[in-house]
Design a protein. Structure first.
Length: 364
């Protein structure tokens, strides 16, 4: 494979566009690729939905590639995306968990399948517009994932499950920039049409953000209405199906209890959504599985870390205890809000990602 050849995943946004330009300016042989993930939709629907699923996003990426002078291809990732992201998303909600499709996409699509396709093109690297840094630690002889200089844009939380081989073959040049405006300035100077394009905020395959409707339309299981109950089992009202709720949720419950109400648990066996006050949303201990470690080889004894249980959550001091079957128990020094099965927990030591896993259950 050619160590100067890199395939850049281009979504039609400013970050991936500037990534392609930066790597070309650094002397890499750059190939732009947009991953086709849309699921048998007609052009009118695709264009209306927008985001990275739209035809205009493909054209934006194509025009950027032409502007900076690199070859550009659209590759079909439809089947792998459906299997590893969409089907997983629907299944997780059906068992009362809250999935993170962006993390699944990073794991199975962008840094696994795209890397395979890159190898077929004789490319040694893939690159993305993520805000993060990949370094090699000579002492540990390991690749390290480090927070971006632009802390407010840092995306290491969604990248914790990259393997050593994937890190070895991945470039993320935006991690060295201090803020998003610097990236937009580069795009403006180049005259790229995407320089002012806003960041996408939605789940790419649920562009109207109504994931409950999306699941209702695509699930192969029945989604029945059920009851809201308190922690003693008293019925408080009717819910619209467990797939529409997540731990910590307050808005959209349709309950009038005379006080703020929060989702504290989802019970699939009884098809009930448990409601409580805000104090019941907080917790201090959890079990996590599907652990991936980056900075270290394994957890042999308890380690002190800063842990984060949502992309937007603050890091909290915690101790990670190894358990059997490659699981861990995490004990926080202070209560954290909305420990949610299905979400990722990521461990940090200063600005280095130690590793992470998937929350399987809250202990207390």
């Amino acid at each position: 494979m050619d160590k100067k050849k890199v395939v850049v995943g281009m979504s039609g946004g400013v970050d991936s566009s500037v990534t392609a330009y930066l790597l070309k300016s650094q002397g890499y042989d750059v190939i732009g690729v947009t991953m086709q993930i849309w699921q048998d939709k007609d052009p009118d629907v695709l264009e209306k939905e927008g985001g990275c699923c739209s035809l205009s996003a493909v054209e934006d990426a194509r025009m950027v590639a032409d502007k900076i002078g690199i070859p550009f291809y659209v590759m079909n990732f439809k089947d792998i995306f459906k299997k590893t992201v969409i089907d997983y998303f629907i299944k997780e909600y059906g068992i009362g968990r809250t999935p993170n499709p962006c993390i699944a996409c990073n794991r199975y699509v962008k840094f696994e399948e795209l890397l395979k396709r890159a190898n077929l093109l004789d490319a040694y690297y893939v690159a993305t517009g993520h805000y993060a840094k990949i370094l090699y630690n000579e002492e540990k002889q390991r690749y390290i994932l480090k927070k971006s200089n632009a802390i407010e844009k840092d995306q290491t939380y969604a990248l914790y499950n990259l393997t050593q081989d994937q890190l070895k073959h991945t470039l993320m040049p935006l991690g060295d920039y201090n803020n998003k405006e610097e990236i937009r300035d580069i795009a403006r100077e180049l005259g790229l049409i995407v320089s002012e394009k806003p960041d996408s905020q939605e789940i790419c395959f649920v562009p109207d953000n109504d994931y409950g409707k999306f699941i209702n339309e695509h699930a192969d299981y029945k989604i029945d209405e059920g009851y809201f109950v308190d922690n003693k089992g008293n019925i408080l009202g009717k819910h619209k199906g467990i797939t529409r709720y997540t731990i910590g949720q307050r808005k959209g419950l349709g309950l009038s209890l005379g006080k703020p109400a929060y989702v504290t648990d989802i019970n699939t066996s009884s098809n009930t959504v448990v409601i409580g006050d805000e104090s019941e949303v907080f917790g201090t201990e959890l079990i996590a599985d599907d652990i991936n470690l980056i900075a270290i080889d394994k957890i042999k004894e308890p380690i002190k870390v800063k842990a984060k249980i949502r992309y937007s959550a603050k890091e909290t001091l915690a101790t990670v205890y190894p358990l059997a079957d490659s699981k861990v128990k995490v004990v926080f020094e202070k209560p954290v809000r909305a420990i949610t099965p299905g979400q990722a927990i990521v461990f940090y030591e200063e600005d280095i990602v130690v590793g992470g896993g998937t929350i399987s259950k809250k202990i207390k």
